[in-house]
Structures are given as C-alpha cells and as structure tokens.
Design a protein around this ligand. Structure first.
Ligand code: ATP
Ligand code: MG
Length: 456
C-alpha cells in the first residue's frame, strides 16, 4: 500500500495537475464544419497570435448529442484586453468577470479568459457567504482550473477546431455516452457555492434526456432552500431558460420531483394544488414547448401569466366574495399575483405589464354584442389574450363555445360577423352593467367572472 503510494508520488502522479484525455475526431466525429463561422474565426485568429483557444461548454456538449447549439462560447488564455485588441467589432462586458463579445455579421461569440478559483484566505474580502455561496470568482486561471470550476463533466469539454480534438478533463465524453449528468467535485459543496446549479441540473437533465447521477441528485432536495439566498434576477434568468427550453413540461415535472419548485415559483405550488390549475399550467407549458420546437416566438409575459392565472383567479373571486366590484377586485388580484413572486423571482416590469394586459383582457371575451367584439379584435394584444382564452377553454375553466365563437368571428366576413353578434334580448350594456354592479358581479354561463365593467 505504502510502496504503491510512494510510487505514485515519485512518478509525479499526485503532484501533476490532472491531464485531459485528448479525444481525436475519429473517435468523437464532430468536424469543424459544425462550428459556427464566427466561433471558427475567433479561435483561428487567437491561435494565429499564439494564444490557445477552444470552443467550450454547452456547444460542445450539444454537438456530441447531435443537437444544434444555441450559441458558441470560446475560452482562451488571452486576457480580455488582448482579445479586444484582435477584433475590431468587439466589446468587453461584465463588471465582475469580464468577457469579450466578438461580433461577426449577425453572430456574436462570447470569449472568456480561463478562470480559476480564489484561494480561500483572501485577506478581509469575503469570497463566500455563510452558506458557502461564492460571491467572487473573478481570477484568471489555467485551462485545467477553468474545466474544474465548471458545473457538470459534460459542460467542461474543450473543442479545438484546428485539430478537431476534444480535451476532456473530467470524463465528460464517457458521461455523455452513458447519458449521465454528473457534477464535477463534491456536489454538496458545488451547490452551496452556487445554488442555481440545482436548477441547471434539472433543466439539462430534463431537456437533454439525461439521468442525474445519484450522487449529484441526492443533496438537491435537502439544499433546495438555498435558492432563497440567490439574487432573484439570477433565478429569473435560469427559470426563463428552463421554461423556454422547449422541454418545459419535463423540466417542471422534474422540478417538482426534486422539491425545487418551492424556491422558484412559490405560487406554482398553490396553482398546481387547484383542481383546474394543474391542467391549465400543463397545457400552457405543452403549448409553449410546441411553439418553441416549431420555431415560433413565445412571450415570457404570456407564460408567467399562465403560471400565475389560477392564483389570480382565486384571489379575484375572494375579493368579489367580500363585496368588492369585479374590476377593482381583478386589478387587486393581479397586483397580488405579481407581488407574491417579487421576493423570489423579480419578474421584470416588461413581463409583468404583459401579464396584466393579458389578464385584464379576459373578461372582455365574454362581450359579444354591439361594437365591443370589434374593438377587442383591434386591441394590440388581442392575439395573446385570445390564445390565453383558448387555453382556459381547453382546461375546462371556460365554456369552449366561447373560444370557438372567437375563432370564427376573427376570420368571418362582415355579414357573418354581424350575424354572429349575440342578440339574445339581453339588456343594453349600460343597463346590464348597472344591474351587475348592484348584484356585486355575476358570471355568464361557463365563466367565473363576467367583467363587463372592463369594457373600454
Ligand atoms: P445552454 O446555453 O444550452 O442553456 P449552457 O451549458 O451552455 O447551456 P450557459 O449558461 O450558456 O449554459 O453556460 C456556459 C457554460 O458555462 C456551461 O456549459 C458551464 O460550463 C459553465 N457554467 C454556466 N453556469 C455555471 C454555473 N452556475 N456554475 C459553473 N459553471 C457554469
Ligand atoms: Mg450556452
């Protein structure tokens, strides 16, 4: 035992930094033509100037999985200033850790200098908080250190377009082959350093069809609460990536399985607990996934509006039951829905404004007489409001006949439209409004709220 140990010491094995496995093209099969023109140009230019340069991270992982990468990142031993000096169309971004964005035509590639980790005793500057969360990690390092500070083995692969080799420090290629997501180093410590890694584990596993290695998975449930210490803007970024991954159904299912949804969407839990809430959210997610996979745009505001809708609905009903008229009750419920997330998820104003608009349009879809449906059709956000209504119909919350009416009305000619208007002997809008108000609001068949007062 001792002789074996000493043998390893003397052969230098214990003191040498880990050597990467260098995997040739013939084994992994990813040719340089798979690399985007901008990333190729960046690595070639850097290498021509005697720097080392690799495509790194998610792009290499996705190419090995046979997927088209969303974007390409480059890692190099050149400093940001040196990179900046080589590319005319480039700029340094990031305050804490500076990266260089290089633009070629419509494409942008982010170039980062190899990063290391701080030595722990750094004088009086705090490197981590009391839970072990890293507050600063802005020192340059070697390529090997850069690999080791990445999260999962499959995200720590470096591809050299010149030689078409993959440099693999942590057996990422083997893990990819086994479809395993494995944390580099001690998982608990790595989650404490950055709790967002728990969300990344769930997203990557669910969206790439990988299994989370048992050791990497085990601490998650216990440490889920640490997400509360992460700045809400970062949680939002990661949640958006998760919801817009094209696999949000699997991601949310896995979030719930790991007990992570408490930390990120407190209201999601409540929504899922409502009879129609779960059905509605799952439909909204499936719909979003389909749109993304078909290359159609999706709006985060729409998605968050859907995630929070049943909470808003319940609050709306609650305020109405206490005697508040429908419109103020709805607006108060909307405020509450947005506020309840604020501490955890910092939904930016541009999204919450969208959400509120979509919610506020809902009652107007009930009004199918006179000029109102025409006015609604012209509303800038008609499409989003209508898509939202269809989800409500599909989930069983609203009478499907109303959704179908709007489907026809939108595309009908003028004569057909005027025939479609609801002339059912109802009192005029003005009288009906007054009557409703006196009754404290009421609902048309199939709707929880009429919201006729929202007519503009
Ligand atoms: P995608 O771009 O498909 O969402 P990605 O893995 O490329 O996935 P990015 O956020 O683009 O994710 O990060 C790029 C790389 O940076 C990752 O592959 C990983 O190596 C590293 N990385 C990102 N976030 C972390 C983190 N929280 N801790 C450690 N390394 C990280
Ligand atoms: Mg990426």
């Amino acid at each position: 035992m001792i002789t074996r140990f000493l043998g390893r010491v003397f052969s230098g094995q214990l003191f040498k930094p880990p050597q990467p496995k260098i995997i040739p093209f013939i084994v992994h099969g990813v040719g340089r033509e798979a690399i985007s023109p901008c990333a190729l140009r960046v690595t070639q230019t850097l290498q021509r100037h005697e720097f080392s340069a690799f495509v790194v991270g998610g792009a290499v992982r996705d190419l090995l999985l046979g997927r088209r990468p969303k974007d390409f990142d480059v890692a190099t031993d050149a400093t940001p200033e040196e990179v900046r000096g080589l590319f005319r169309r480039s700029r340094v971004i990031g305050r804490r850790f500076r990266l260089v964005q290089v633009m070629c035509g419509p494409e942008t590639v982010e170039v980062s200098t190899f990063r290391g980790t701080h030595p722990v005793d750094e004088g009086d500057e705090r490197v981590a908080d009391e839970h072990g969360r890293i507050l600063r990690d802005n020192v340059f390092g070697s390529q090997e250190q850069d690999a080791t500070r990445r999260d999962f083995s499959i995200n720590a692969l470096f591809y050299d377009p010149a030689s078409q080799e993959i440099w693999d420090y942590h057996d990422g290629v083997a893990d990819l082959k086994r479809r395993r997501l494995r944390m580099i180093g001690d998982p608990e410590r790595r989650y404490r350093e950055d709790p967002v890694r728990m969300l990344r584990a769930v997203r990557l596993a669910a969206s790439r069809g990988l299994e989370i290695d048992p050791g990497t998975r085990r601490p998650i449930r216990r440490l889920a609460g640490l997400l509360a210490n992460v700045p809400p803007a970062r949680v939002l970024d990661e949640m958006l990536k998760l919801l817009l991954s094209g696999h949000s159904v699997q991601c949310v299912a896995q979030l719930r399985k790991e007990g992570l949804h408490h930390g990120v969407l407190p209201l999601l839990e409540a929504t899922m607990g409502q009879p129609l809430g779960e059905r509605f959210v799952m439909l909204a997610l499936r719909n979003t996934d389909e749109r993304i996979l078909a290359g159609k745009p999706v709006s985060p505001g729409f998605l968050f509006a859907a995630l929070l809708w049943h909470e808003v609905l319940a609050a709306w009903k609650g305020f109405e039951d206490k005697g508040e008229p429908p419109v103020p009750a709805l607006y108060r419920a909307m405020e509450r829905g947005v506020q309840a997330q604020a501490g955890k998820l910092a939904i930016p104003h541009r999204f919450s404004a969208d959400m509120k608009e979509i919610w506020a349009l809902q009652p107007r879809f009930l009004q199918r007489s006179g000029k109102r449906p025409y006015r609604l059709l012209e509303h800038l956000r008609f499409r989003a409001g209508y898509d939202f209504l269809r989800l409500r119909c599909e989930s069983g919350e609203v009478d499907p006949a109303i959704g179908e009416w709007w489907a026809r009305f939108q595309h009908a000619g003028e004569a057909e439209r005027s025939q479609m208007l609801v002339h059912d002997g109802e009192p005029s809008g003005r009288r009906r409004r007054r009557r409703r108000r006196r009754r404290g609001g009421g609902g048309a068949p199939g709707m929880m709220h009429s919201g006729s007062e929202l007519v503009s």
